[in-house]
Design a protein around this ligand. Structure first.
Ligand code: S5P
Length: 274
């Protein structure tokens, strides 16, 4: 966003969204803009990773449906570690369905995502209704988890041949603007300030950009994933960098997390001129 030259502390103070304020506060307090994508397949591995990497990350991103043993212990453990290490939880569920269905997938259900995940994301392929539906659930007067919830719109994808471009990306910006009290920002490969939108920005608009596909030692995988470095992502407008295998599959994940933390933070400081 046009705010990307400002320090997190400044953006955190003035941001209208309480969860965005908290996100910036966490980043500043821990000097980390790293989100680890903890794509492991058992609760033990997930909680172990969260506990070891916790001090170095701002956010943990989960794919809770890849766990072979999801249970109450998964939720209790994750929530406790989020408090212990002061990080936020982002369930990368990529909701993509009609409003009525995504409300049920988000709130209650087997995975109880609304109960433990601060941040969720969705595709706007189904149209505006998906954003409206998720906002409606999280902002209902009887929603039990308060204002501690926010949505990222999946505006672009890192995989080869992605169709999340052009009109799709523009619609992502439109709906983010229209539902800005619930939409924190985007998962995208760059800042989207220049993207054409039919909705005018609110005064002081400050969407947060999460960029995935970040890896220090690889250019991609055999299934179409395409990587960039922390420096490149932050230079293009990422506020938070998301790394999965670059961290959890490294010989020493803690050392790797520290490395991404340091490089991500230095690139951020260079951008804000600090
Ligand atoms: O465009 C995208 C969006 C996402 S959320 N490309 C992605 O790779 N992701 C997710 O980021 C993906 O589902 C995975 O959890 C993570 C990337 O993992 P890595 O191991 O390739 O770093």
């Amino acid at each position: 966003s046009s705010k990307s030259q400002l320090p997190y502390s400044v953006r955190g103070k003035s941001h209208p969204n309480p969860l965005a304020r908290r996100l910036f506060e966490v980043a500043e307090a821990k000097k980390s803009n790293v989100t680890v994508s903890a794509d492991v397949t058992t609760t033990k591995e997930l909680l172990d990773l969260a506990d070891r990497l916790g001090p170095h990350i701002a956010v943990i991103k989960t794919h809770i449906d890849i766990l072979s043993d999801f249970s109450e212990d998964t939720i209790t453990g994750l929530k406790a570690l989020a408090t212990k290490h002061n990080f936020l939880i982002f369930e990368d569920r990529k909701f993509i369905d009609i409003g009525n269905t995504v409300q049920k997938q988000y709130h209650n259900g087997t995975l109880r995502i609304s109960e433990w995940s601060h941040i969720i994301n969705c595709s706007v392929l189904p149209g505006e209704g998906i954003v409206e539906a998720l906002a409606q659930t999280a902002q209902a007067p009887d929603f039990p988890y308060g204002s501690d919830r926010g949505l990222l719109i999946l505006a672009e994808m890192t995989s080869k041949g992605s169709l999340a471009t052009g009109a799709y990306t523009s619609a992502s910006v439109d709906y983010a603007r229209k539902y800005h009290s619930f939409v924190l920002g985007f998962v995208a490969t760059r800042a989207l300030g220049e993207v054409e939108s039919s909705v005018a920005p609110a005064e002081g608009e400050d969407f947060v950009v999460f960029t995935t596909g970040v890896n220090l030692s690889s250019k991609g995988d055999k299934l179409g994933q395409q990587y960039q470095t922390p420096q490149s992502a932050i230079g293009r407008g990422a506020d938070f960098i998301i790394a999965g295998r670059g961290i959890y599959a490294a010989p020493d994940p803690v050392e790797a997390a520290k490395q991404y933390q340091q490089q991500g933070w230095e690139a951020y400081l260079a951008r804000v001129g600090g």
